[in-house]
Design a protein around this ligand. Structure first.
Ligand SMILES: Cc1ncc(COP(=O)(O)O)c(C=O)c1O
Length: 472
């Protein structure tokens, strides 16, 4: 019957039910995809709008730059060049004037042009947000079973995308200055000893105001991390993926050069950046500055996916620079977020500090990383989480932010975002969280101070690795 067209008629009323379709035979990779844990929380926030969500790392809705976008789009479309061409397909690597521009901006921010000598726009790739780039990088560098080292805690979306590719993520200890170089060195030595060094493909670092802990890798540690990656690149290179998503959101303190600025030969650091935090996540424009040998392989992957990210959006981003709109907007964002950070810290000082919570003051970024009293498990479904929902507040349980291997998963931390909610709601949310925690402490006062193997299976006590963090 090959080639004979078959016309199906509607089933007659009362006809026997067709047999149930078997479950789709998905690829191995689809089987590995577990979705991002944050999706569940976002779903919850949508379903229950009365909840104060301190969970999502979204940017402030009120500051989304409608006027700036309109001005840039109008200007762009009125230009003889590129003008109309912005609506055409672009190249896989992306719009060249924007690639040149972001490279120049990166160099200016580093104040370190010598180290970047030799890096040209040929090594810049534009992607649909930096997340696409992180995925492409993991896919281009790693086979299933390969290893990426990352800070503990780290950006949980990266952990998820790596797992989806069968890539192992291994957590390395951090402190207030970020990734601890000695711990990184030790972990690499351990892999050398176990014969797995050749499987280590990269070290993933959030270099400015990281997600989730808002810690910035210190000035001194930057060259050390690059040096360690190079020293252990024995048979195969170990790259440093420098994710600088929050670099522009600095509210105070000194600015440091990027890790890329310390990569003299230009062969170790892959820098990634995004317009999502500094302008608009809806624009979906991110970029990477890559070591030369990685550019072609990565573009070959990307070409098969989309032969170039949205050209119009890239040209719009370029127009923002041309019209001076981006810088102006970032200035406004810094003011807004600084005030919201202060509101969160003030409320935390009032409500959470007396309950024994600790944190570091974030000098930038969007997050406060809260350490709860020892023994309180913040995971979904545990009493604190459930009580917080009853009190009307949503947070990200910290354990999402730990890689599956290496440094032990900590359950007594939560990530709070001050990005989305206005200052009054932030204060209400913190008060609600404190009410939930107070209840929890009243219910099980014995949990506080208990050792990690304290015996009560209802309490999975945390091992607190960090020096005391107290807001000044
Ligand atoms: C550390 C970090 N990197 C990358 C991203 C990805 O952002 P986008 O894909 O919007 O550029 C985010 C988003 O929250 C992030 O927090």
């Amino acid at each position: 019957m090959l080639g004979t067209p078959r016309v199906s008629s509607p089933p007659a009323t009362g006809a026997a039910k067709s047999p149930a379709m078997p479950a789709p035979a998905l690829s191995r990779r689809a089987g590995l995809a577990q979705g991002q844990p944050i999706s569940q929380l976002m779903h919850m926030a949508l379903e229950r709008p009365e909840l104060i969500s301190l969970a999502a790392g979204f940017v402030d809705q009120e500051t989304l730059p409608v006027e700036e976008t309109r001005e840039a789009a109008q200007w762009l479309l009125s230009q003889p060049e590129p003008g109309r061409a912005a609506l055409q397909y672009g190249t896989t690597a992306g719009f060249l004037p924007l690639r040149e521009r972001v490279l120049a901006e990166w160099q200016a921010a580093d104040g370190h042009p010598h180290a970047l000598r030799g890096i040209s726009a040929d090594r810049v790739v534009l992607t649909a947000g930096s997340n696409q780039l992180l995925h492409l990088l993991a896919d281009t560098l790693c086979d299933p079973g390969d290893i990426v080292l990352c800070a503990a805690p780290t950006y949980f979306v990266f952990i998820g995308l790596a797992a989806n590719l069968g890539v192992r993520t291994v957590g390395v200890a951090t402190d207030g200055e970020g990734l601890i170089p000695e711990a990184l060195d030790e972990q690499l030595a351990a892999f050398d000893k176990s014969g797995e060094l050749a499987r280590v493909k990269a070290i993933y670092v959030n270099s400015f105001f990281d997600n989730p802990a808002s810690i910035t890798l210190s000035r001194d540690r930057r060259p050390q991390v690059v040096e360690i990656a190079r020293r252990w690149s024995r048979r195969r290179p170990i790259f440093v993926i420098e994710d600088a998503a929050y670099r522009q959101l600095r509210y105070e303190g000194e600015s440091f050069p990027s890790l890329l600025a310390f990569d003299d030969g230009g062969g170790t650091v892959i820098a990634t950046q995004t317009f999502s935090k500094s302008f608009s996540p809806g624009l979906r424009v991110g970029y990477g500055i890559l070591p030369a040998p990685l550019v072609e392989p990565l573009l070959a992957q990307k070409g098969n996916i989309d032969f170039g990210s949205p050209n119009f959006n890239q040209q719009l981003a370029w127009a923002l620079y041309e019209r001076g709109l981006l810088e102006r907007h970032v200035g406004k964002l810094r003011e807004t977020y600084r005030a919201k950070r202060d509101a969160m810290l003030k409320a935390a000082e009032t409500h959470l500090a007396p309950l024994g919570c600790r944190w570091r003051v974030p000098r930038g970024g969007l997050y406060v990383w809260l350490t709860l009293p020892e023994g309180i498990d913040a995971d979904i479904g545990r009493p604190l989480y459930e009580e917080s929902l009853r009190q009307g507040v949503l947070y990200v349980p910290g354990h999402f932010c730990y890689a599956r291997e290496g440094f032990p998963v900590q359950k007594s931390n939560i990530r709070l975002s001050f990005g989305v909610q206005p200052a009054e709601r932030i204060a209400e949310g913190i008060a609600a969280l404190a009410a939930a925690l107070r209840r929890r402490l009243e219910d099980v006062p014995a949990c506080v101070g208990r050792s990690p193997d304290g015996g009560d299976p209802a309490l999975e006590c945390a091992v607190e690795p960090l020096a005391p963090r107290r807001a000044k």
